[in-house]
Write a new protein. Structure first.
Length: 318
């Protein structure tokens, strides 16, 4: 049974109370010790100084990529958008492919023989800084990136945008009582048609290894849609979750598009609150801003690293 915080204390004290009365001194000492240590554990789980917003009751390794990400490089204050050295990968949308001999790479079609440094934002694009080659097998797909080239001897950051095709989920607040459904969007554009609508041939397949399902997440394997209400009935956050309880997962998938069913994945961070009013205001503001940018097809993070899509689940909308 999953017990947490104050309910744990009551559970233990109740069982200790069954000790015969002739052992009152021993029983009193044990109750005091249990209460003291449980209080410390509860304080640690909801300590607001923690970098997390609440207790992490389930943590799963979603860092499957073997190539380490480079240290963050500040986004340039004055990038040059119209520049002949801006990296050109042949198309504004590129697709990963099933690797036949090692990982699958994309290469810039310009700047051959020109010395300089390649950069990208946000982190998640595994790029060789000298050649501009992109390891699409290890990169986070479904994201819009800024890619740049700085020619040796200059300070101009020649920049272009590149979408690595794939599925992603939108930051938002989902309400259990409203039977909300969490749906993926594709190619960094909420208006891009889903390649899974017809599912001809092999069709799309989400959570093909049942990784998320085994955690209690109810997902339609053909569309990637997550049923929030059914997921909560599986006690995803435990039987007695506290505000801020967090579960990390990864959705592994294949798409029926130009990626030719290459293995891809998208991480998810799911956080629980009892009511919408319990969500910290700064967190709610961040989610709202990301949501507006996504709906406006402006999803381009300039930060040092893209966090997983943040899914807030609340019991009611109050």
């Amino acid at each position: 049974m999953y017990l947490q915080g104050f309910p744990t204390i009551l559970y233990l004290i109740f069982n200790i109370s069954l000790i015969p009365m002739k052992q009152n001194l021993y029983k009193g000492s044990v109750i005091l010790m249990v209460t003291f240590f449980c209080a410390i554990a509860c304080k640690k789980s909801i300590d607001p100084s923690s970098p997390n917003t609440g207790t992490i009751i389930q943590t799963h390794d979603t860092t499957q990529a073997t190539s380490p990400l480079p240290p963050p490089v500040p986004y340039p204050a004055s990038p040059v958008q119209e520049c002949s050295y801006a990296p050109d990968y042949g198309d504004s949308v590129i697709y990963t492919q099933p690797p036949t001999n090692g990982d699958y790479y994309a290469y810039p079609q310009n700047n051959q023989g020109i010395l300089g440094t390649y950069l990208s934002w946000p982190l998640g694009l595994v790029m060789n800084s000298k050649t501009g080659s992109i390891d699409l097998t290890q990169s986070q797909t479904g994201v819009r990136y800024s890619v740049a080239f700085v020619k040796d001897g200059t300070t101009d950051t020649c920049m272009s945008q590149l979408i690595v095709a794939g599925a992603y989920y939108m930051d938002s607040v989902y309400v259990v009582t409203m039977s909300d459904t969490l749906k993926p969007y594709f190619n960094a554009n909420p208006n891009w048609p889903s390649p899974c609508l017809t599912n001809q041939g092999e069709g799309c397949k989400f959570d093909y290894n049942n990784y998320a399902k085994n955690q209690g997440i109810v997902i339609d394997q053909h569309t990637g849609n997550i049923n929030i209400n059914a997921t909560m009935k599986n006690s995803l956050f435990g039987l007695l979750p506290l505000n801020g309880t967090t579960v990390n997962t990864t959705i592994y998938y294949w798409l029926n598009d130009n990626s030719n069913y290459a293995d891809q994945k998208v991480p998810l961070q799911m956080v629980y609150y009892n009511h919408r009013s319990d969500i910290p205001p700064n967190l709610l503001t961040s989610i709202t801003n990301t949501l507006l940018n996504t709906l406006g097809d402006l999803l381009l993070s300039k930060g040092p690293a893209p966090r997983p899509p943040l899914i807030i689940i609340v019991r009611d909308n109050n």
